[in-house]
Design a protein around this ligand. Structure first.
Ligand code: URA
Length: 209
């Protein structure tokens, strides 16, 4: 069963409260999401493996640590996932960025993939799939299946807010994927919105509503 980590650092909680506020406008919303994504990146990378290298400082030769192996791959789910990318990239500037685009078929209500582009060395990278809202879990689960089918082995999921329903779907479909959240909310409403949530993350990020 994948672990669920709620990253409830006081800075994250404070910023998330303002993100949730209906009176927060697009500019501030975007800025706050960017900041929370950066803070979450700090925690989600806590277990990155290190290796030792020799470095000559101005004073002495030293054996010091750097991150080992290939750098991370980030995969935002279009479109709302894009809003968290820059904040993470500030912390992990060498990460490669793939994209997965999905829409919901109006008849089957199932996610349908319309765009996937990943770094070429998929098998050699660890991936962070990014979606601010883990609601039903359908899109995140489909995106993870899609990148696993292309060879990704080590995947983490990073969301701002999740509903328990979405977490359950992810844990069932992808028990190997750890989930990192800024908050685990109460439930989904009848329209599929997370309660209390923050509304439509894509619309609020891009000012389309
Ligand atoms: N997607 C959103 O943007 N918000 C929700 O509450 C649920 C899904």
């Amino acid at each position: 069963m994948g672990n669920v980590f709620v990253l409830d650092h006081p800075l994250i909680q404070h910023k998330l409260t303002h993100i949730r506020d209906v009176n927060t406008g697009t500019k501030e919303f975007r800025q706050l999401v960017d900041e929370v994504a950066g803070l979450m990146a700090f925690e989600i990378t806590r277990d990155l493996p290190l290796e030792e290298i020799q470095v000559k400082t101005p004073v002495a030769e030293a054996t010091l640590k750097v991150i080992a192996g290939k750098k991370l791959g980030l995969v935002p789910i279009l479109r709302a996932g894009l809003g968290m990318v820059d904040g993470i990239i500030k912390m992990i500037p060498a990460a490669k960025i793939g994209h997965v685009g999905l829409y919901r078929d109006p008849e089957t209500l199932k996610p349908v993939e319309y765009y996937v582009k990943l770094p070429t060395d998929v098998e050699e990278r660890d991936f962070i799939v990014i979606d601010p809202m883990l609601a039903t879990g359908g899109s995140a689960s489909a995106a993870i299946t899609s990148i696993k089918n292309r060879g990704a082995k080590n995947i983490k999921l990073m969301c701002l807010v999740a509903a328990p329903e979405g977490v359950e779907v992810l844990q069932k479909d992808h028990p190997d994927v750890d989930i990192y959240l800024a908050a685990l909310d109460e439930k989904l409403d009848d329209h599929g919105y997370i309660v209390p949530g923050l509304g439509d993350a894509g619309d609020r990020l891009f000012g389309t509503k």
